[in-house]
Design a binder for this molecule. Structure first.
Ligand SMILES: *[C@@H]1O[C@H](CO)[C@@H](O)[C@H](O)[C@H]1NC(C)=O
Ligand SMILES: *[C@@H]1O[C@H](CO)[C@@H](O)[C@H](O)[C@H]1NC(C)=O
Ligand SMILES: *[C@@H]1O[C@H](CO)[C@@H](O)[C@H](O)[C@H]1NC(C)=O
Ligand SMILES: *[C@@H]1O[C@H](CO)[C@@H](O)[C@H](O)[C@H]1NC(C)=O
Ligand SMILES: *[C@@H]1O[C@H](CO)[C@@H](O)[C@H](O)[C@H]1NC(C)=O
Ligand SMILES: *[C@@H]1O[C@H](CO)[C@@H](O)[C@H](O)[C@H]1NC(C)=O
Ligand SMILES: *[C@@H]1O[C@H](CO)[C@@H](O)[C@H](O)[C@H]1NC(C)=O
Ligand SMILES: *[C@@H]1O[C@H](CO)[C@@H](O)[C@H](O)[C@H]1NC(C)=O
Length: 443
């Protein structure tokens, strides 16, 4: 009884604090969705449904599938509202294909589109080629904005344009209720020139969505872009779908979902050759990270280094939880499934640290295909903070060339499921769905 009261109090306080945050948002047309998410995110009763895909051997449970397209009618706003929207065309601001003029034109067009009231479409017309230096498209906007990226957009190939910041190219910063629609055009990284010899590790240029709420990003086609990836940082309620991201050589991430991101769904993603899908890196420089409720559902990953990866630095804190990777086809991927809690992407070696970002409740469901290395599944979790409640369900990965693949599973607590290869000699946890406690069972 006392425990129930405490639960209620915690729930009540959580709802209250979230409510006041959401209410602080001006013109928040999706408030009722957030209320629903609060219920989903913090009510412990939801626990069993999260795992039902695992318990019911085989059949996928719809509750883990993103039926969310129905819940977010704004996905289809672009088609339904075009006629009623104000259209702002970058060409009207002098965009012509010259990088200086284009960058200015995009900035001016953005300011205009962002300051208008009502539904606004910022148009990058089809059949044209634009070149852009790094640009930051900042909110908050008065309008409900749709960016129609129909034309081709290339990153400036002049290294000096990235002197101040060689990580970001196009950044959408603090723009709520934004829809970015790729629609036919190509986004080109043009990276070859400017990064050569620049540093030991090749940096990737990002199309970054930063601190934005209720984002829909669809049908982006990023091709032959050696070093472009799409990154979501500190974003809440994201629908990313229909991305095709290819690069000529193996490099870093295709999509990265980093700290502060929650309720992110990525569907119908094609990556490779080149990049893969990452959550992280998290916890760099002893930072605290929080990522939860991320679903990658439906992806084709070919000829890449890391398929679906969670990467954290030693010394970080916080949590990455409630993550689902499902319905994924791997084709000749070096590390198809990988959790790396010893991530170190710097020239000096990283030293051993005791704290770590806690990884828990990760489901890998219906993942097929081939690995180009012997190790298809690699859980390299923290010694002090083992990965908790990791589920491998209907995972089947073969070694592309040399027979069976294997799994290396260090410091991981698995939920009983089925996978090929299997983790050797690990303890499986059976979830007792009545009491939400975990029983240790050996496999
Ligand atoms: C996760 O987010 C999706 C929408 O992105 C929502 O449908 C779902 O209920 C959320 N789940 C939890 C456990 O918060
Ligand atoms: C993770 O999912 C479980 C089960 O649905 C839920 O109880 C918990 O609150 C979720 N945690 C977060 C941070 O969303
Ligand atoms: C944005 O669109 C929603 C409906 O999609 C509408 O309720 C809201 O008033 C719009 N806001 C503005 C500023 O036009
Ligand atoms: C960086 O990119 C160049 C040019 O493609 C390549 O030759 C080099 O091997 C890359 N370096 C690293 C560390 O990946
Ligand atoms: C997947 O995305 C591609 C564009 O990248 C699109 O052409 C295709 O229709 C999408 N498929 C589904 C099932 O949404
Ligand atoms: C995995 O293989 C099974 C059996 O061949 C097939 O039914 C399923 O659709 C495949 N899944 C993916 C994601 O390719
Ligand atoms: C698989 O990838 C490896 C490099 O990782 C490459 O050498 C090999 O040719 C690829 N095989 C196929 C069939 O694409
Ligand atoms: C785990 O990470 C450590 C530190 O980066 C590395 O030395 C080790 O080889 C990794 N283990 C596997 C199996 O990849």
């Amino acid at each position: 009884m006392a425990q129930q009261n405490t639960q209620f109090l915690v729930l009540f306080l959580a709802v209250l604090s979230l409510f006041s945050r959401y209410n602080a948002l001006k013109d928040d047309r999706l408030n009722h969705y957030f209320e629903e998410d609060i219920g989903f995110g913090y009510y412990p009763r939801v626990y069993p449904s999260y795992y039902s895909a695992i318990e019911d051997h085989g059949k996928l449970d719809n509750s883990v599938m993103p039926s969310s397209f129905q819940r977010y009618p704004s996905c289809y706003r672009v088609t339904s509202s075009l006629d009623r929207s104000t259209v702002v065309n970058v060409d009207d601001f002098g965009a012509t294909g010259d990088k200086v003029r284009d960058t200015e034109a995009f900035e001016k067009a953005w300011m205009k589109a962002c300051s208008l009231i009502g539904a606004v479409v910022l148009q990058v017309p089809a059949g044209k080629n634009y070149a852009l230096k790094p640009v930051r498209f900042s909110g908050p906007c008065k309008s409900n904005l749709t960016v129609e990226m129909s034309g081709n957009i290339a990153a400036s190939d002049d290294r000096s344009d990235y002197k101040e910041d060689n990580r970001h190219w196009l950044t959408f910063d603090g723009v709520d209720n934004l829809l970015v629609e790729g629609g036919g055009g190509k986004i080109n990284g043009n990276g070859n020139i400017w990064w050569q010899n620049s540093c030991k590790i090749n940096k990737t240029l990002a199309l970054t969505f930063y601190k934005s709420r209720n984002l829909v990003v669809q049908n982006l086609n990023i091709q032959d872009a050696q070093q472009i990836h799409v990154s979501f940082e500190g974003c809440t309620d994201v629908r990313a779908s229909g991305f095709t991201i290819t690069a000529r050589e193996k490099s870093d991430d295709c999509i990265s979902i980093v700290s502060g991101s929650q309720h992110v769904t990525a569907t119908n993603i094609t990556c490779g050759p080149g990049h893969g899908i990452s959550i992280g890196s998290l916890g760099a420089k002893n930072s605290m990270a929080l990522v939860f409720n991320v679903t990658v559902d439906g992806a084709k990953l070919s000829g890449i280094t890391n398929g679906v990866r969670i990467k954290t630095w030693q010394g970080g804190s916080g949590t990455a939880s409630n993550i689902t990777f499902q319905n994924i086809e791997m084709n000749n991927v070096t590390n198809p499934i990988i959790i790396d809690q010893n991530y170190c992407d710097q020239s000096n070696p990283c030293h051993e640290q005791s704290s770590a970002v806690q990884i828990k409740n990760v489901v890998y469901n219906n993942i097929n295909g081939t690995s180009s290395s012997e190790v298809a599944i690699n859980f390299n979790c923290s010694t002090n903070h083992p990965c908790q409640a990791i589920a491998l369900q209907k995972v089947s990965l073969q070694n592309q060339e040399h027979g069976p693949a294997k799994a290396i599973c260090n410091n991981v607590n698995l939920i009983k499921g089925d996978s090929d290869p299997k983790c050797p000699r690990v303890l499986y946890i059976e979830l007792d769905t009545d009491t939400y406690t975990q029983k240790i069972a050996s496999h």
